[in-house]
Design a protein around this ligand. Structure first.
Ligand SMILES: C[S@@+](CC[C@H](N)C(=O)[O-])C[C@H]1O[C@@H](n2cnc3c(N)ncnc32)[C@H](O)[C@@H]1O
Length: 307
């Protein structure tokens, strides 16, 4: 058996979306503990292959154990999914049958106290998914101007109190640990009967900035489309509206034929649609999924097929 704690979010739905089959070639760009990857490998037995990427060496080590039974059919690389095209070229794969991206941090990362993702554990303000990230959360908190911090917390955290929090951070710094940051936030942004802890949105914002999460999604989506073979499928799970908006708009845009401007009178198709959305609305997690993993609550899966 393996060490994967339980099935990842939207497990059945991902397998259903990708419809892995024998002889297929698949990419898991966010390998994590290898749960989705294992499902893909099982469903594409006996000879489907999988390229698995993750920037986090701890995730790769875990996935390597989970996927040990499929050793002959996997290629695991410590790299960002933003290098997708280069990784495929390296393998000599000119097209793939399915790509999954399960964005954000893993449970393992959230629950490892020393990594600084959770405001519930005392830890250095790190929040890097992997060692290749250029800055830690402490770097941002201690070096950015008050204005830059306020903008970051507002844009990536959608936090109403961003200005107050930024001002308090600048007054209190240097800040080195999660607990120090939580104390600063709690002092200026007390609980308002919200369900969420007042530090939630600031922590999310810092994590997104440290790992350049939104820019990475924008970078990978065109590469994913270019890498799929006809009728190959892309399945993307996002966990907050900022990610989902980028994915939704990209899929909508790629699902349309582009025609030249109407004032020219003659309509010419300049680019045929490259994708077809498999479900117009995102697929949401089941009650069982949410029971197993409360973080699944905000997950949304979007699926598209290469035309
Ligand atoms: C939600 S977890 C994936 C869980 C996985 N689907 C499973 O079944 O266990 C997201 C993973 O993506 C990784 N990750 C985040 N950004 C990445 C990037 N730009 N490139 C590669 N991996 C990334 C994180 O390190 C984390 O391990």
């Amino acid at each position: 058996m393996n060490d994967a704690p339980h099935k990842p979010v939207l497990y059945k739905e991902i397998i259903h979306a990708l419809q892995p089959g024998r002889g297929g070639r698949y990419v898991d760009g966010t390998l994590g503990a290898g749960g989705h990857a294992r499902g893909i490998l099982e469903a594409s037995a006996p000879d489907g292959q999988l390229l698995g990427l993750d920037v986090d060496p701890q995730a790769l080590a875990l996935a390597r154990k989970t996927l040990a039974p499929y050793e002959q059919r996997i290629h695991l690389v410590q790299a960002s999914y933003t290098s997708l095209s280069a990784q495929l070229a390296q393998l000599g794969w000119d097209a793939v049958d399915g790509i999954v991206l399960d964005l954000g941090a893993s449970s393992m990362q959230f629950d490892t106290p020393g990594r600084g993702f959770s405001f519930q554990h005392e830890a250095p303000l790190d929040m890097r998914f992997g060692p290749s990230a250029l800055q830690t959360a402490a770097d941002l908190v201690n070096k950015y101007s008050e204005r830059e911090l306020a903008d970051l917390i507002y844009q990536y955290g959608e936090e109403r109190d961003s200005r107050k929090i930024a001002r308090a951070i600048v007054r209190a710094r240097p800040l080195h640990t999660t607990r120090e940051l939580v104390a600063v936030i709690e002092a200026v942004s007390p609980r308002r009967g919200d369900r969420v802890h007042p530090a939630t949105r600031t922590f999310q914002a810092l994590r997104i900035a440290v790992n350049e999460e939104l820019a990475s999604i924008e970078e990978v989506l065109p590469q994913a489309v270019a890498s799929l073979r006809t009728r190959g499928r892309l399945a993307v799970i996002s966990f907050h509206s900022l990610e989902d908006r980028i994915i939704k708009e990209f899929l909508r845009e790629q699902s349309k034929d582009l025609v030249n401007p109407p004032y020219e009178r003659i309509y010419e198709v300049e680019r045929k649609a490259t994708l077809k959305e498999v479900t117009r609305k995102p697929v949401m997690p089941s009650d069982e999924d949410i029971k197993n993993n409360p973080r699944a609550r905000s997950a949304k899966l979007r699926i598209a097929e290469k035309t």
